[in-house]
Design a protein around this ligand. Sequence first.
Ligand SMILES: Nc1nc2c(c(=O)[nH]1)N[C@H]1C(S)=C(S)[C@@H](COP(=O)(O)O)O[C@H]1N2
Ligand SMILES: [Mo]
Length: 408
Amino acid sequence: MDKFSRRNFLGAGLLLGASSLFAKETTKAIVNKNPEFIPPVVAFPEKKPMKTISDRPPLLASNRGRELFTEAITPNDQFFVRWHLPDMPMYVDLNEFRLEVKGSVNTPLSLSIDDLKSKFEPAEITAVLQCGGNSRKYYAVTGQATHGVQWDHDAMGCAVWKGVRLKDLLTHAGVKDSAKWVGLNGLEKPAMEETPDFFREMEIKEALEDQIIVAYSMNGEDLPYLNGFPLRLVIPGHFSDSWVKMLSEIMIMDEYRPSFFMDVAYTVPDNDCECVISGSDFEYKRKPIAAMKVKSVIGYPLPESAIKKGSRIKIAGVAFDQGKGIKEVMISLDNAKSWSAAKLGEDHGKFAFRPWSYDWEPKIKGEYTIMVRAINRIGNIQPMPDEIGWNAGGYQYNAVDHVNVKIV
Ligand SMILES: Nc1nc2c(c(=O)[nH]1)N[C@H]1C(S)=C(S)[C@@H](COP(=O)(O)O)O[C@H]1N2
Ligand SMILES: [Mo]
């Protein structure tokens, strides 16, 4: 299929069964929040069969689960998908698509994808994209279950992003002195008037940071449609709620514009621990989540695996943080009494997954808990699960991960 017909697949109405899911006549987003719910596995366009938590809006997790997270780069066709509004466009025509940079600027810009590729210096960065709600279901292990989609460690991935620096676009447009905020909007529109638009904001001084890019490529290819074709914002080190997909409008503003997706969703308690007593409701002053916290996940072995005594296995996974870089990853096989250093794998840059591994030759039969704990270069360390601060939205889970296995 050529580029344009490939981008028309969702509108074509026939492909792979998934388009019929898109075509449902519902206007209400149905998201299953029951932790016992076992999602169906569906092949959406450009994706391998994915766990489909919701089809409208699409919420998809890789069917491989944790196993995906032993490698630094997550393949596009297994990269998770999260949209908030059910009415996303079914077709993006690159002949018509323009990225608008407007508002408090001297020269408003209207740029095609070709303009972006030919008129600006390309920039490339490997960075982790993680939803603030990633791993949310684990809050229920030591505290009360939290609101929101009960993601396992599967609302994350790491890719090589290529595009143009946001800074270069802002400089080109000439930001006025009065400007303080950058508003970001994608092509999808709310289904009903009372539904809030997916609108995100960041301060100008943050938007000018060198590493932030407007990406037209992911792992060397066009972005998959569901991951934001043809353009998305990439904010390395930050949770992905502001990594606006199908980015079509950059609005330079003098004033902050109140919006549901900044003021209510993706917020944590505005105090030092960013936490409240487990089980509290949302009655606290909030602030938006921003920089990610140091975290590591075990990709192999999978939970509840049976492993032959005397076999040699490589415990493996990934670690990452907000961009300070991973200093050390430690493994415990005796319920956190002692810890040993894992081997760090290839360094793809400070915003990327850092793969790690640990050789283990279990000699005694029985049940084991494998735990992993990462420390970054500024000494931030993952809390134990019973130490993690709780918040009602279930954001920023980063406690020590564990997997139970049986040696037989
Ligand atoms: N246009 C648009 N961009 C968006 C969203 C959205 O709903 N609409 N969701 C955000 C959130 S909260 C997440 S977690 C990521 C998910 O990115 P992915 O689907 O590529 O994994 O997209 C972000 N960008
Ligand atoms: Mo998210």
